[in-house]
Design a protein around this ligand. Structure first.
Ligand SMILES: C[S@@+](CC[C@H](N)C(=O)[O-])C[C@H]1O[C@@H](n2cnc3c(N)ncnc32)[C@H](O)[C@@H]1O
Length: 236
C-alpha cells in the first residue's frame, strides 16, 4: 500500500470518517499499521459466533495438537487450549502485528509451552508433515487465490484421519458488504465443499447458522455462517 493511501485513510479515521473500502479489505487480509488494533476489535465483535460454531464442530478427545491459521488478535487462543483440553495449540498468521498482539494476549500459555505462534503463510506451513490432529480457520478462505495450494499444505501437516474445519460467511451474505468487492473470493456452501473434496478430503459435514440482523447492528445485514469439516483419509 502506498504511504499516501495510508495517510489519507489515517486522516479520515482521525476525523471520524470511515476509511476507504479498499483499505478495509486490505486490512482484513493482512491487518497492519495504525488500523490493525481497530480492525481486530471489530473482527472480534462480528466474528465470535462463527468462531464458536467452528469450535463446536471440533470435538477434541483431549491431548490433541491443533493448528489455527489466520487467528487475528488471537484473544481466544488460551481459552481454546483449556476448553478443548489440548496438548498444544499452534497458530500461523502472516501479519506481524497479529503475532505481536496474540503473543501479548497469551503470554502465559506460551511460557507453559502450550501455545506456539509463527509468522508465515498458509501456502507454506512451517511445521512437519502429519503433525496436527486438527487444523481450523475462520474467515480465511476468501484470500486464497489458489485454494488447492493451501489445502494441499494443510493436508500435508494433518495426520491421517485428521480433520480440517473452515468457518466462513456465504457469498449471498458477504456480497452485501462493499469491502468484499476488493479481491475477496466468496463461496456458497456447496462450492466450498466441492473445493475441499477436490483436495482429497472426505466425510464432509457442514453446519450453517443464520445470525439475525439485530445481532450485528453495525453491519445491518443477517450473516449466514458456515463451518465445513473434512477428514484426511485414514491411509493417504
Ligand atoms: C479476516 S481476518 C480473520 C481473523 C479471525 N480468524 C476472525 O475470524 O475474526 C484474516 C486473518 O488471517 C490472516 N491471513 C490472511 N491470509 C493468510 C495466509 N495466507 N496465511 C496466514 N495468515 C493469513 C490475516 O493476517 C488475519 O489475521
Amino acid at each position: 500500500m502506498s504511504s499516501l493511501t495510508e495517510w489519507w485513510n489515517y486522516l479520515k479515521v482521525k476525523l471520524g470518517f470511515q476509511p476507504d473500502t479498499a483499505f478495509v479489505a486490505r486490512q482484513l487480509k493482512k491487518p497492519g499499521g495504525f488500523y490493525a488494533r481497530k480492525i481486530t476489535d471489530r473482527m472480534n465483535k462480528v466474528n465470535h459466533r462463527l468462531l464458536e460454531l467452528t469450535l463446536s464442530q471440533l470435538q477434541s478427545e483431549g491431548g490433541e495438537r491443533w493448528l489455527e491459521i489466520g487467528f487475528g488478535s488471537g484473544k481466544h487462543l488460551s481459552r481454546v487450549i483449556s476448553e478443548c483440553n489440548l496438548k498444544s495449540l499452534h497458530g500461523l498468521d502472516h501479519s506481524f502485528e497479529m503475532i505481536a498482539l496474540a503473543k501479548t494476549e497469551n503470554a502465559e500459555k506460551i511460557t507453559e509451552g502450550k501455545l506456539e505462534l509463527k509468522l508465515g503463510c498458509s501456502s507454506k506451513i512451517p511445521w512437519p508433515e502429519s503433525y496436527f490432529d486438527r487444523v481450523y480457520c475462520n474467515n480465511l478462505i476468501y484470500f486464497w487465490h489458489n485454494p488447492q495450494l493451501h489445502l494441499r499444505e494443510i493436508k500435508r501437516v494433518l495426520k491421517n484421519g485428521g480433520e480440517l474445519a473452515c468457518g466462513f460467511r456465504t457469498r449471498s451474505t458477504m456480497k452485501n458488504l462493499p469491502f468484499t468487492n476488493h479481491g475477496f473470493i466468496l463461496y456458497e456452501p456447496g462450492e466450498w465443499a466441492d473445493t475441499v473434496r477436490r483436495a482429497g478430503f472426505e466425510e464432509l459435514r457442514q453446519h450453517l447458522v443464520t445470525e439475525p440482523r439485530e445481532l450485528n447492528p453495525s453491519l445491518n445485514i443477517s450473516l449466514e455462517s458456515v463451518c465445513l469439516v473434512g477428514r484426511k483419509p485414514a491411509a493417504d
